[in-house]
Ligand binder design. Sequence first.
Ligand code: CUA
Length: 330
Amino acid sequence: MLLLTAVISVVMLQFDWNGVAGSTEADDVDLLLDVMIVLSAFVYAIVLVMLGYSIWRYRAKPGDESDGEPIHGNTKLEVAWTVIPTVIVLFGAAYSWFILDKIEARDANRLQVDVTAQQFAWRFEYPEQGVTSTELHVPVDRQVELNLDAIDVIHSFWVPEWRVKKDAVPGKPTSVVATPDREGSYEVVCTELCGVGHSTMRAPVVVEPQEEFDAWIEDQGGTTGGGTAGGGGGETALAAEGRQLFDEQGCSGCHTLKAAGANETIGPNLDEVLPQRSEAEIRNSIVDPGAELSPGFGDGIMPDNFGDALSDEQLDILVSYLVDSTQGKK
Ligand code: CUA
């Protein structure tokens, strides 16, 4: 059994199961997985050896058609197969607890990011920096706490290279921490089946040096500050606000709209269906998407809560942005 355990373990540990490790939590999680693989190999070896021995030792002799001898159980064996798995499972639980406790410890100087998940997009708010974005930028070697919220159904936040994963549940705030220690571009992956666009619910992640992160924050502050400070002055500020709403509300996660650089096909192609529609019809389709369906798209694909999520003013901005970008500016 021990020999077989060693052989299975060596083979299974050759695989790079989790891929690139990009956070300080990753090493602990990967080691935990390796330990679990060896324990599973041990259990598997017990089963295989017992099975093989029983098949060989208790096989029927040629011509033997009789029933097996009735037996009355074996107390020693039953105690063994209760105690050994109990010890293994308790060890696994205690070790996992230890790791979880370690990787969930909060640093005092961590960066706060409020994450909002919705069908089928992510939004990231930096409350201390006053920035909202559809990309997650974080400085390298600093712990980030992601405060998760969902506005429609359950989603789950996962950056595979960081290993940690947590559900975003409507009405129940959750949070997860990671300390990225490897610069580069990654992706947030939604890892809870949340609807027809689940597989495309991803967002870019950039881990960069502190100076580049600061520069990005300034860039974002500059644009959002300029865009809203205008108070509906010029057409361009309004268009920028409309486009931002289009991204933030997740429209770009499902629709194609050339003007916004969106090219998803879960919902109707807006460049094709909107030119024939009036402002009132477009507005109605956002608030009550089931009322009039485009051919080939079923009821219930588009969330029906945009009437609550958007203020009247935001709806006006979004509708005029859609009209302008599909029917030409008036
Ligand atoms: Cu959101 Cu899957």
